[in-house]
Design a protein around this ligand. Sequence first.
Ligand SMILES: Nc1ncnc2c1ncn2[C@@H]1O[C@H](COP(=O)(O)OP(=O)(O)OP(=O)(O)O)[C@@H](O)[C@H]1O
Ligand SMILES: [Mg+2]
Length: 324
Amino acid sequence: MAQAHATEAPLLRVRDLDVGYRGPFGPVPAVRGVSFDVAPGEILGLVGESGSGKSSVCTALMGLLPDGATRAGGIEFQGEDLAAMRERDLRRVRGRRLALVPQQPMTSLAPTTPVLRQLRWYLGDRLDDVEVRETLTGIGLGPILDRPRDLPGTFSGGQLQRVVIAIAALAHEPALLLADEPTTTLDATVQAQVLRLLLTLRDKLGLAMVYVSHDLAVISTICDRVGVMYGGRLVETAPVRELFAAPRHPYTRALIAAMPATTPADRPLRAVEGSAEGANLLSGCPFAPRCPHVLDVCRERMPAAARHGASDVRCHWVDREAGR
Ligand SMILES: Nc1ncnc2c1ncn2[C@@H]1O[C@H](COP(=O)(O)OP(=O)(O)OP(=O)(O)O)[C@@H](O)[C@H]1O
Ligand SMILES: [Mg+2]
């Protein structure tokens, strides 16, 4: 899949993205110098352990960071500079051409309004289209259509999650969907249904996606390319097959080596001894304190991304092993 997209102009081009929050003892860097592209129709996975900055990337792209947070870097979407856009203009992009399925989807549904009425808020008369109804039924939302008076509390978490995805994807048929851990809270069967739904939407609507997850098994089934985050940095980006067949960054290697066939999807991602606590504050490579291959230079500065095979990697050790 990734190869098919490689020649197209990117839909999204992110360059040197920084996000910082206000902390009790000063600014807290959450995303540092992150650069990536997403091609039309492509699904880019973002994987990394808790606190690595995945949600911050999504909220920064949407222009929805909380008050007091800072953002720097370039965000070009469909040829427009989102980073420089005024809030008024951004509102025309957000939710329409660029949509987010947030990490806690239930919070985006009103608890005291029937779910079907909420769907109608967003889809309007299109909810009566035969094709739209078929799509909704096809993704298991028949019960929502059949029970027009029922409130969110009477449906399962999986059904509501699919409603939120359907709203994000169908209300305005965006070009890019940011899906932040959309299946983490769901059991395996429902998770598979949601993944099928996302792939169907991609195929039907040509929707591109940034798909955030800490679950490598999910990432491997849905993504064309994968970005691995650690301590606010994107340490490796590679086509999905390359990432699993030839992981290069020591953190990626550890993640893949520790990937058991049967890890419950809701177990926190922790592949290596030690903790990522404070990694986002280090001036060198954030993985240096846990890295089995650490060199002196790793503690001093973060290397630039270098191409190794089909992967873009930021690692002094990988560069050295390749004789660079
Ligand atoms: N609103 C906020 N105010 C202050 N710090 C924040 C805020 N949101 C996130 N952070 C901090 O920024 C860093 C990145 O958080 P983020 O939520 O982006 O990580 P994540 O990769 O999405 O984690 P998870 O897998 O747990 O969802 C963390 O250190 C987190 O504590
Ligand atoms: Mg998150």
